[in-house]
Design a protein around this ligand. Structure first.
Ligand code: IFM
Length: 483
């Protein structure tokens, strides 16, 4: 993504927020959430196939076996993207489709699929933005230790080289990992995501191995791709806020910020893990998995940081026994957790339920969080350019009698977040693009098909697609380059 020529060109006039001329407008998906064809074309199972087929792990026992059939319908889906006027499409490649089993030779049929997709996008004037890992680790690698094993980082770099070798002549923007926090902590600690393990130490180890895999992959990508290619990582950077200025609440903030944000940002941009994170987790791990030279690899320069943002979180110190009794808190004393089911220091933090509108995920709607997270990244980790690589909302959309899907709440969510992004631009933050999550309704991980994030409605039985009113609204925004 080229420089968007910032603040001075991101103008506001009346109630219209005009974006910089080179601003990239996109939408995103991920392989396991949309492709289906789980056993076709030489693909072998990933941890998400195993997990979703394990009784009790997903709503209704839903799996990605069929998902929304994108593997067979990709041309129709690209036609819809074209109709919306998307400038870019963010998708992920499936590791077990490209390198079954996670090691050894490439599966040409798998690479051919993505090659056709890329060609179709380019023919439609849509820039492909490729993510190498959106959580679908080949099951064989999990059987060999998964991300808890250091070898997985090296396998990931090998896979990155295979994909770059085939698609690097046409794909300009590359993302190594999507949301490693979710993959590490939801996958290996809370266990609500694949592979469903409950091992806090392994989660920290996995986070490090993912970062190492990222750094090794950056090296491979740089050696295979033309020098004009852009290499990035996408993090779900959390915007934590505190209930008060008390030292106890500030400490809860510090702990969570270390465990979700700085655990990735500091090694990537400063070449070290935060000292307070190591101290906070000393009872869980000695961090002996960090070997000499790892941090140099992890902090190899990148061209862009992807920011995935949905909702801010309010945190505080736990209530004292007395306060809990007075508040009639019969729960665990940690309050309501909006997003973060495992925090490593759960005795020291409490999530506070925020007032306000909520999405179908029960996530509070507060667009100021996006502005603040962008400002913070610019302040603490700049000058790396940013792109909002995910932002969106799930609502219980239904087709009306005429077959239309009206989703005014999603339009309002998007509008608010785009204005917030614009505020960050105007404050001088280098934000190069916005990728709405998601292009279409799809498999929402442990929620199965019960949560709809799309701007295109999908009837999961017939696979029929209908552009929602938010899709038409977004199309107008793209056309005007303004909100
Ligand atoms: O659907 C997910 C996506 O795969 C990763 N980021 C959050 C989205 C909504 O939960």
């Amino acid at each position: 993504m080229t420089e968007a020529t910032l603040a001075t060109e991101g103008k506001v006039s009346g109630n219209t927020w005009v974006f910089p001329p080179a601003f990239v407008w996109g939408a995103g998906t991920a392989a396991y959430q949309i492709e289906g064809a789980a056993a076709e074309g030489g693909r072998t199972p990933s941890i998400w196939d195993t997990f979703s087929h394990t009784p009790g792990k997903t709503s209704n026992g839903d799996t990605g076996d069929m998902a929304v059939g994108h593997y067979h319908r990709f041309r129709d889906d690209v036609a819809l993207m074209k109709q919306l006027g998307l400038g870019a499409y963010r998708f992920s490649t499936s590791w077990p489709r490209i390198q079954p089993g996670g090691r050894g030779p490439a599966n040409i049929e798998g690479l051919d699929f993505y090659s056709r997709l890329v060609d179709e996008l380019l023919a439609g004037g849509i820039e492909p933005v490729l993510t190498l890992y959106h959580w679908d680790l080949p099951q064989e690698l999990e059987d060999a230790g998964g991300w808890g094993s250091r070898d997985t980082a090296f396998r990931f770099a090998e896979y990155a080289a295979i994909v770059a070798d085939r698609l690097g002549d046409r794909v300009k923007t590359w993302t190594t990992l999507n949301e490693p926090w979710c993959a590490a902590f939801l996958g290996y600690a809370s266990g609500i995501h694949a592979p469903g393990r409950h091992e806090p130490e392994t989660a920290l180890r996995a986070a490090h191995h993912m970062l190492l895999g990222h750094g090794l992959a950056v090296g491979e990508l740089r050696s295979v791709l033309p020098s004009s290619a852009q290499v990035s990582i996408a993090l779900n950077v959390a915007q934590f806020r505190t209930e008060s200025d008390s030292a106890e609440d500030q400490d809860a903030y510090r702990r969570l910020d270390a465990l979700q944000n700085r655990i990735f940002l500091d090694p990537l941009f400063h070449g070290s893990y935060p000292a307070d994170l190591k101290a906070d987790t000393a009872e869980v791990t000695s961090w002996d998995f960090v070997e000499p030279g790892d941090l140099e690899i992890i902090s190899r320069p990148i061209d862009l940081l992807g920011v995935n943002f949905y909702s801010p979180m309010l945190v505080a110190a736990p209530l004292s026994e007395q306060d809990r009794a007075e508040a009639g808190d019969g729960g665990d004393g940690h309050g309501n957790s909006d997003h973060s089911p495992w925090v490593g220091s759960s005795d020291q933090v409490r999530f506070v339920r925020q007032a306000g509108e909520r999405t179908a995920m029960d996530w509070v709607v507060d667009a100021t969080g996006l502005r603040d997270v962008l400002l913070r990244l610019h302040r603490d980790y700049g000058p790396v350019p940013l792109a909002v690589t995910e932002n969106g909302a799930a609502f219980d959309d239904e087709l009306d009698a005429d077959g239309n899907a009206h989703d005014p709440r999603r339009i309002s969510y998007m509008r608010g977040h785009l204005v917030a992004l614009h505020e960050a631009l105007s404050a001088g933050v280098d934000v190069r693009g916005y990728f709405l999550w998601s292009l279409m309704d799809n498999f929402e991980w442990s929620f199965g098909y019960s949560r709809r994030f799309g701007i295109i409605h999908v009837d999961f039985a017939s696979q029929q697609r209908v552009v929602k009113s938010s899709g038409r609204w977004y199309s107008d925004v793209i056309g005007a380059n303004a909100v």
